[in-house]
Design a protein around this ligand. Structure first.
Ligand code: ZN
Length: 599
């Protein structure tokens, strides 16, 4: 459903963000803004602020932020159109849904039908596990694994009996249409003759519930060594393995409280931890973690701990998932359990407290990768060179440049290699990455502060950030910046990209920040804008002078840096000393020129 932009602006104008947020957060007025405890991270003193003037919210603790729609989306797990409709309903604004095509209507009806069906199937499987004489072995198995009847009930665990047509006849009794039966993924068409057979046979059944608490699909696990160990629903109109995490529906509130989520692989790892009181846990269903998974988790916690078995398969699985976390910017640590232990056996033998204890010691990504590389290559000279080769890619993908410098130093010390040499390898790789793909960094794709010479680079980053905040708040500053082509002098590509949209707004009625958010494409940008809009602009009569001073400074520093670089190149070409090799200097100059559109 496409909602027209005018409708969206109309809803922004009419709705009151304080009003809407107060329904779920206790807000107290302080000065011009309202404050309360942040619903997106756990905290004891309020750092969550709402501005009635600007119609935005921003958390000084976890930097969640956005307009009224962002809040509804994140708080209720809604899509954008759903959030718009929710706000519209509240203010009795009609959002035409007549535009829903007949095709889309059919799709929606199919989804509803499947959710309803899954619910009935779940009850069928549950009934078998609790009552059927055929489930004696399954009940004993659950008992042996230490799963309590409360847990079985809470997660509606079930049993698929050893039969090819139990589900088939269940569907027949329900007089289910052939199309719905097929699309449920629970039965499959026979190949040789007509008819269907059951997907799940002789397995413990785990209903997979999505965050809106609907049964989206099922997972089945064998009770012996049969293969495959895990079998899940196939992709259906309501189930997509790349977006589902087992247990999140039950764990989400605990993840929010702890601001941390444990990610395990198996169903029993999850159930054991949950049952033993480690409730901020989800299971990955045996599939590699996708960006969608990580984005989903980001709504509930700012830290994740990957918990893996100490075997090679576990370590390889951890390695595959790390890149996704790093790219999505979620702080992730790796917990490798002592040899021979998995999360289930560990928490069963040692308890929740001991588990939390080892989890607190979980390794950073770089520690973990270095550790496994050292084990793999040894510490001879050749070994250390191979380690550096393997690590440079990982280091280059660390988005935060300050963190990256620390890792570089740490690795250099660890390997006994000169820090500058490590740094250079990593820089080359970063340069290679930049042309290849977009970096997710706050300073995405641009020269990071450290690359531009430590504190001096950080200074320009701060100046540009402050400038963007002023552009956001004052129309005369925007006009001045337009005249001076100021954005051409920004180092940070992200600030420049957002700045270009901001100075496109001339005189503006109402909150520019809230309207700007409606056109920004990602949550990170909306959060940045919310935090900038909350910065205190100072007395508005002096703002223009202050901003012009800042603009001049930005232009001057940029010009000076480039002159210095040109001088260094000239000196290096004449055979004199320079801090960096000539080819590196030239590469930087070319990058800068390209950035300025000289080429
Ligand atoms: Zn927060």
């Amino acid at each position: 459903m496409l909602i027209p932009q005018e409708k969206i602006s109309e809803i922004i104008n009419v709705s009151d963000i304080v009003d809407i947020i107060s329904e779920s957060v206790i807000l107290k007025k302080s000065g011009r803004n309202y404050f309360g405890l942040c619903p997106f991270h756990s905290e004891k003193s309020p750092s969550f602020s709402v501005s009635p003037e600007k119609q935005i919210f921003h958390c000084f603790g976890c930097s969640a932020g956005g307009n009224v729609f962002s809040f509804l989306m994140r708080h209720h797990g809604l899509s954008f159109p759903e959030a718009v409709k929710m706000a519209a309903r509240r203010y009795n604004i009609q959002v035409e849904t007549g535009q829903v095509s007949p095709e889309r209507q059919k799709q929606l009806a199919l989804r509803e039908g499947l959710f309803r069906l899954n619910n009935q199937v779940m009850e069928h499987y549950c009934g078998l596990l609790s009552n059927s004489p055929k489930a004696d072995m399954a009940r004993k198995y659950m008992k042996d694994r230490g799963i309590t009847s409360e847990t079985i009930e809470q997660f509606s665990l079930g049993f698929a009996q050893e039969s090819w047509d139990d589900m088939v006849s269940f569907f027949r009794r329900m007089k289910l249409s052939r199309s719905l039966a097929e699309q449920s993924g629970l039965v499959l068409a026979r190949e040789q003759k007509a008819g269907y057979y059951d997907r799940f046979r002789n397995r413990i059944i785990f209903p997979i519930v999505d965050i809106s608490m609907q049964v989206a699909g099922f997972g089945g696990r064998v009770m012996d060594d049969a293969m495959p160990k895990y079998l899940n629903s196939p992709e259906t109109p309501v189930y997509s393995k790349g977006r589902m995490l087992y247990g999140l529906h039950a764990a989400k509130q605990y993840c929010r409280q702890a601001d941390c989520v444990y990610i395990v692989e198996g169903y029993f790892d999850f159930l054991s931890l949950f049952q033993n009181g480690v409730r901020n846990t989800v299971a990955s269903l045996g599939t590699a973690l996708t960006s969608d998974h990580v984005r989903l988790l980001k709504g509930y916690a700012s830290r994740a701990v990957l918990v893996f078995d100490s075997d090679d398969a576990g370590i390889n699985a951890a390695k595959r998932s790390i890149a996704t976390f790093v790219t999505e910017g979620l702080d992730v640590r790796i917990l490798v359990l002592p040899r021979g232990q998995d999360p289930d056996s560990f928490v069963t033998s040692f308890g929740a407290q001991e588990f939390q204890g080892v989890a607190d010691e979980a390794m950073s990504v770089i520690d973990f990768l270095t550790e496994t590389a050292v084990t793999k290559f040894g510490s001879s000279v050749e070994g250390r060179i191979s380690i550096l080769d393997e690590m440079k890619g990982h280091l280059a993908s660390v988005e935060d440049s300050a963190a990256r410098s620390l890792y570089v130093r740490e690795l250099a010390q660890r390997l006994g290699i000169d820090e500058a040499a490590v740094l250079e390898k990593v820089r080359d790789t970063v340069a290679g990455l930049k042309t290849g793909r977009r970096m997710p960094a706050d300073i995405e794709g641009g020269r990071s502060p450290s690359q531009d010479g430590g504190d001096a680079g950080l200074e320009s980053y701060r100046r540009e950030r402050q400038m963007l905040a002023m552009l956001l708040q004052y129309s005369d500053v925007r006009a001045e910046a337009r005249n001076r082509c100021l954005l051409d002098y920004f180092y940070c590509e992200r600030f420049r990209r957002i700045g270009a949209i901001v100075i496109g707004f001339e005189e503006h009625e109402g909150s520019l920040a809230a309207d700007l958010m409606a056109v920004l494409e990602n949550d990170g940008d909306r959060e940045l804008v919310a935090s900038l809009a909350m910065m205190d602009g100072g007395q508005s009569d002096k703002v223009l002078d202050k901003s012009i001073f800042l603009m001049k400074r930005i232009v001057k520093v940029r010009n000076r840096n480039e002159n210095t670089l040109a001088n260094q190149i000239r000196r290096a070409e004449q055979g004199g000393d320079s801090q960096l090799p000539l080819d590196l200097l030239k590469k930087r100059q070319a990058e800068i020129r390209q950035l300025h559109g000289y080429e």
